[in-house]
Write a protein of this length. Structure first.
Length: 99
């Protein structure tokens, strides 16, 4: 099963029924982490989370979700979209050099 399988995604983004259609049922766990925003200055922290996922069963790092209550709010700017994938890989290689 793919990590982007529709059933997986639907489960991650399942919302409570009622007054607030953006309040998520999912909770953070060893395979799920929510971040309200994306910041280039926090890349090392994100990398640490990704490595912990990679050393276990995999996982999801999802940006644009407010904590307490877990609510989908989206990202406030285009920093995530505009950040170059190659730069991100370079940073990961700096944090975790291959031997």
């Amino acid at each position: 099963m793919s990590v982007f399988d529709e059933n997986n995604i639907n489960k991650l983004f399942k919302c409570y029924e009622g007054d607030d259609p953006y309040k998520l049922v999912s909770r953070e766990s060893t395979t799920l982490e929510f971040k309200e925003s994306f910041s280039i200055s926090a890349l090392a922290k994100y990398a640490k989370t990704m490595v912990s996922f990679a050393n276990r069963d995999g996982g999801y790092l999802i940006f644009g979700v407010k904590d307490n209550p877990r609510k989908v709010v989206g990202l406030k700017d285009n920093t995530f979209e505009e950040y170059d994938d190659e730069k991100f890989v370079e940073k990961l290689n700096e944090y975790f050099p291959q031997k």
